[in-house]
Design a binder for this molecule. Structure first.
Ligand SMILES: *Cc1c(COP(=O)(O)O)cnc(C)c1O
Length: 369
């Protein structure tokens, strides 16, 4: 690899973060590895998380890849299936499905199973306020009964919901969702062996009531080392960054006061400054909307990004640096510079940054630290 730009994935940090999740709940852990494990590489991440109790993904294709890579734990498809043909795959790969709309129940009711197809494991999703997937509290008992009447569905039927605002400690919405979920469940008079699941990372770390009675939690972002809660940082939760995005200095220039830098000349130097050009841009997944002032870590010190992010490069004001030279390593986010901080400067969230790293960037996996 001739270009220095790379993503280092620290699998020891990942395992550490799984321990943090375990230490904060009695429930089983369903590690969320959708979207290529939040851009970290699903198969490698799943292998490193071999001690988790289960996995969750968004799609059947993701679940199939996971199974084919040797995962033996339960795998839950968070969006379930959409058509009859999908259901064949769900059986063939021994997958669990979220049931969130009536179409899915109709498919189950009409389905003609082969002799080997039985005992489909399903999770009925209650919409407790997110209004994205799931049945309203009014619908849920009818749907529950219909599922119980499907002879291809394995009993018990499990019950879940998803929290919309758990990352905001000041919002009361999570309490309302928990209350709604509890009441809806009581109305179902579930069997004792039905499993329940509510909490994502934020629910796990910030809302004990969201998993006090759960069999499963579904952490995603915290496993990758970002803070699950707004206005908190990962250190406060003892979470370690898994991805470190790196590049190097490829040019250094002294630029005069009054000169502009980069496309649109949007940044005009207020002084004579020293500018380092770094080999990373939005073509690698560095956010194009990172503002002037976004920190960049070079030789252990932070310097501000200046001017527009281009496809292959960014420019940084390194005026205070004494010994900086071409070839010096640069950290864009990860160890020493949280992706949460970069996300804030780019008006997004770390999930988006991780998922956005492009194919041009080679990934290196290690157990360092
Ligand atoms: C993505 C997702 C999660 C994980 O959320 P994090 O905020 O990354 O912890 C949990 N449950 C569902 C239904 C999801 O879609």
């Amino acid at each position: 690899m001739s270009r220095a730009t790379r993503a280092d994935i620290n699998l020891s940090a990942l395992k550490h973060n799984l321990h943090v999740a375990r230490a904060n709940t009695q429930a089983n852990i369903m590690a969320v590895v959708k979207a290529n494990a939040y851009g970290h590489g699903m198969v490698e991440i799943a292998r490193a998380l071999s001690t988790t109790d289960g996995f969750a993904v968004a799609t059947i294709d993701e679940a199939m890849d996971l199974r084919e890579s040797g995962v033996y734990q339960p795998i839950l498809i968070l969006e379930g299936f959409n058509r009859v043909d999908d259901l064949r795959l769900v059986y063939a790969y021994d997958l669990q499905c979220v049931i969130h709309n009536e179409q899915q129940i109709e498919i189950l009711e009409k389905y003609k199973p082969t002799v080997s197809e039985k005992g489909l494991k399903v999770w009925l999703k209650i919409d407790t306020g997110m209004h994205r997937l799931g049945f309203s509290p009014q619908q849920v008992s009818t749907m529950y009964q219909r599922l119980l009447s499907c002879n291809i569905v394995q009993q018990p039927v499990h019950i879940m919901t998803h929290l919309a605002c758990a990352d905001d400690k000041d919002s009361n919405f999570t309490n309302l969702q928990i209350k709604c979920f509890t009441e809806s469940m009581e109305a179902l008079s579930l069997g004792e062996d039905s499993h329940i699941s509510v909490a994502n990372s934020a629910g796990l770390m910030a809302w004990p009531d969201a998993h006090a009675n759960s069999h499963w939690v579904r952490p995603g972002i915290m496993l990758y080392g970002s803070s699950p809660v707004m206005q908190s940082n990962a250190d406060q939760f003892d979470l370690k960054p898994v991805m470190t995005l790196k590049s190097e200095v490829i040019a250094l220039h002294d630029i005069k006061k009054g000169d502009g830098i980069g496309y649109g000349q949007s940044y005009v130097c207020e002084d004579n400054i020293k500018v380092a050009t770094i080999a990373i841009g939005y073509g690698d997944g560095y956010p194009r909307h990172a503002q002037t002032g976004t920190p960049v870590l070079i030789n252990g010190k932070q310097y501000p990004l200046i001017g527009r992010v281009s496809m292959d490069m960014i420019t940084v004001d390194v005026s205070p640096a004494k010994k900086l030279k071409i070839g010096d390593e640069v950290i864009l986010w990860g160890e020493g510079l949280s992706a949460d901080v970069i996300a804030e400067h780019a008006n997004t969230i770390s999930y988006d940054l991780f998922c956005g790293v492009t194919q041009r960037v080679p990934f290196y996996y290690s157990h360092a630290g």
